[in-house]
Design a protein around this ligand. Structure first.
Ligand code: NDP
Length: 506
């Protein structure tokens, strides 16, 4: 109703009382004190004081756009999701890109993974694919998440970013190595949000009409091509334009140069999952393309800028828990942890009714008995019943959406053994990245970026941390280890002794 375009142009208070004066407060005499009854002054100041909502703890700096997703290939043999029922089906999307560790005002070209969160508004509900520009992550268990993020934030005493904290944590968590190497490569400083891929990262599942389930990974491949800053160029851009990635997206869409991504999937049967040499639900691992080739699915285009940044980007809320029929979860521990933590974060940051905010609201039918709560502004379902079952409405639960039950290999409740077979190899895939995926220039830049980042380690534990991390690089690839050790001026003999003595696992 009130979209700022109503005919009455009078300046008013929030309750609709016309202003008679907007620049001068009411005083006793021309030089006397201000009167308490100048309510308009109070309202202006009080609202201004409350303009900020809690910043996201992670992914605080971001930008977003609306667009369209179109299905280009038939994947109905894998999924019964309505969206994929026919080639040519389309839906609206909202995408938010972000950095991870920095605050809301931090620079876009920081070395960091980039968030790549996609909300697809489908007839069966909103489907959120909340991923990053990397196919893996630093930790494979959600219990480690908060500790890891603390190392990316500010040091408690000095309030400074601390390479010592970061490398201390990584060197004590060999499972981080794969993602650390992607982060330290030039992919850690993408040229723009348009020039990077997005990955669902987790293993999800798809269920078809016959209720058959397969495991799936999602990849959004940039049609613009991968383009990165080198380490020095990224540092330079921080000074030239800290908002360069936001500006790049806004300019591209304003100029109708709409960015596109091709959505592809990798699929794995349960049988293959049982025989795969890595745990397929481990977020620190990829599924090799040669064994699990990419299958075309569709195209996503971003073509509409939000009309208001706060309303639509700052208040947007994504959750991997938001799936649709035909797409489901997996036992990926990090995914399971995020199913809880994302909606929990939104309830804290935006309130329990965050899914009624227009950008988050499902544009199709939503029926339930959730009522009241802070900022319930949608009429609260009026006089409809607020309990179920009842004799007054015809809302029902639809059993046709039921998934087949999940078979478990074990019924033993125990702590996860991170040194078990399939779990304990932190080095092979990191080695593949260095040897198979990277070219000579990528490798050179990776080593230079690592040396630059590790040079910031200070304090009494400096040598311990450096040596421990060097052991991981050596185990991934000897050339990598030697390159970094030489760059840091470390005696190679001492590392070789350390390598022989130290256990590989953690
Ligand atoms: P492939 O040769 O089949 O795949 C290599 C993939 O690596 C490429 O398709 C590309 O993924 C990605 N890649 C290429 N250059 C770089 C780079 N400089 N930095 C980071 N990633 C790069 O081999 P595998 O599938 O067996 O994977 C080998 C290694 O490649 C993995 O250990 C992993 O670190 C890395 N990788 C693999 C991905 C995958 O999904 N298989 C995705 C990203 C990285 P893309 O086309 O998605 O950009």
């Amino acid at each position: 109703m009130d979209n700022g375009k109503q005919k009455n142009k009078k300046l008013t208070t929030a309750s609709g009382r016309p202003y008679v004066e907007n620049e001068n407060t009411m005083t006793i005499g021309p030089r006397g004190p201000i009167l308490l009854q100048d309510y308009i002054l109070h309202e202006k100041m009080a609202h201004f004081n409350r303009e900020r909502i809690p910043e996201r703890v992670v992914h605080a700096k971001g930008t977003g756009a609306f667009g369209t997703f179109e299905v280009t290939n038939d994947i109905t043999k894998y999924t019964r999701a309505k969206l994929f029922s026919k080639v040519g089906n389309k839906c609206r999307v909202f995408v938010r890109f972000s950095t991870v560790g920095g605050e809301k005002g931090s620079a876009d070209s920081e070395r960091d993974p980039r968030g790549f969160a996609v909300k697809l508004y489908t007839e069966d509900g909103n489907w959120d694919l909340v991923g990053n520009n990397t196919p893996v992550f630093f930790v494979k268990d959600p219990k480690k998440f908060g500790d890891f993020i603390h190392t990316q934030k500010r040091e408690p005493e000095t309030n400074l970013k601390s390479p010592t904290m970061m490398w201390d944590f990584w060197s004590l968590n060999p499972e981080s190595l794969h993602q650390v190497m992607i982060l330290m490569s030039d992919r850690g400083t993408p040229f723009s949000y348009r020039n990077m891929n997005g990955y669902g990262s987790h293993t999800y599942s798809m269920i078809n009409k016959k209720n058959e389930k397969i495991w799936v990974k999602f990849h959004f491949k940039t049609v613009q091509g991968i383009k990165n800053f080198t380490g020095p160029n990224a540092k330079e851009m921080r000074g030239i334009d800290p908002d360069h990635a936001q500006r790049d997206l806004v300019d591209a869409i304003k100029n109708k140069d709409f960015p596109k991504w091709a959505l592809k999937i990798q699929v794995m049967t349960d049988e293959q999952a049982k025989n795969f040499r890595f745990n397929p639900f481990d977020l620190t691992k990829i599924w090799p393309h040669t064994d699990f080739p990419l299958i075309d699915v569709g195209t996503m285009e971003l073509n509409e800028l939000p009309a208001n940044y706060f309303a639509e980007v700052e208040q947007s809320a994504f959750a991997p828990a938001h799936i649709v029929d035909g797409i489901s979860y997996s036992p990926d521990k990090m995914l399971q942890g995020r199913l809880l933590s994302y909606p929990d974060a939104h309830r804290y940051r935006l309130g329990v009714n965050y899914e009624q905010i227009p950008v988050n609201k499902c544009p199709f039918a939503v029926n339930n008995y959730q009522r009241d709560g802070h900022m319930r502004v949608d009429g609260n379902s009026g006089s409809n019943p607020n309990y179920w079952p009842n004799s007054f409405d015809d809302i029902y639960t639809d059993e046709s959406y039921k998934e087949s039950p999940m078979n478990l290999d074990s019924t033993v409740a125990d702590w996860y053994n991170r040194n078990a077979p399939g779990e304990d190899d932190h080095y092979t895939q990191a080695g593949w990245l260095f040897n198979k995926a990277m070219n000579e220039q990528d490798r050179k830049n990776l080593i230079a970026n690592i040396i630059d980042a590790m040079s910031g380690i200070t304090g009494p534990k400096r040598d311990l941390i450096i040596n421990r991390q060097l052991c991981h690089f050596f185990r991934a690839d000897e050339k990598l280890g030697i390159g970094v050790a030489q760059g840091l001026g470390v005696d190679l003999n001492s590392i070789m002794n350390e390598l022989k003595a130290a256990p590989q696992h953690a």
